[in-house]
Write a protein that binds this ligand. Structure first.
Ligand code: IMP
Ligand code: MG
Length: 173
């Protein structure tokens, strides 16, 4: 809790620079199109807020909430706690995730959203813990590819704390 130790993995400045690059890439890739940006609550809220302010294409914002049934490991059973406000049929959809770890959450969300027949569906993840994948799923865009360490800050939590840290940090003992 308040006595937990953590050290910086990426500073707020490093993150801001990378998010600006991602925004520029999305503006280029979606040039002339509009996009529905769908944030997955809660972990993506800071990343999404920063990312969309770099976008110059027309954007509509929506959110989904998910909960996985977990002890300490992800079970792959995902529950939708908040659904989209509006249909996405015929729309370009960009799903915004905080982190792809086992990939089970993203896999579930992609299948769920594909059934709604978007014109396209891509994912941007702030972090990609690529070594951890249990299903073959990938984010088309990723901020940083990281090793298997538990990270907090910039929206990511440990037991609902630390989301407000500006830096991305590694949680220690
Ligand atoms: P999945 O294992 O790919 O389904 O990831 C599910 C969720 O686990 C992510 O959206 C995060 O909310 C959470 N998660 C995975 N790794 C971390 C981490 O290092 N820090 C904080 N949350 C994490
Ligand atoms: Mg999440």
């Amino acid at each position: 809790m308040s006595s937990s130790k953590y050290e910086v993995m990426y500073t707020a400045d490093q993150i801001a620079a990378r998010v600006a690059e991602l925004g520029a890439q999305i503006n280029a890739d979606y040039a002339g199109q509009s996009v529905v940006v769908v944030g997955v609550l809660k972990g993506s809220f800071i990343f999404m807020a920063d990312l969309v302010r770099h976008l110059t294409i027309p954007v509509r914002i929506d959110f989904m909430g998910t909960k996985s049934y977990t002890g300490t490991t992800t079970s792959g059973q995902v529950q939708i706690t908040k659904d989209l406000d509006r249909p996405i049929e015929g729309e370009h959809v960009l799903l915004v995730e905080d982190i792809v770890d086992t990939g089970l959450t993203l896999n579930y969300l992609k299948r769920n959203l594909e059934q709604r027949r978007p014109l396209s569906l891509k994912t941007i993840a702030f972090l990609d813990k690529w070594q951890q994948r249990r299903v073959d799923v990938k984010a088309e865009y990723a901020g940083f590819r990281i090793e298997n360490k538990f990270v907090i800050g910039y929206g990511l939590d440990y037991e609902q704390q630390f989301r407000n840290l500006g830096d991305l940090c590694v949680l220690g003992e």
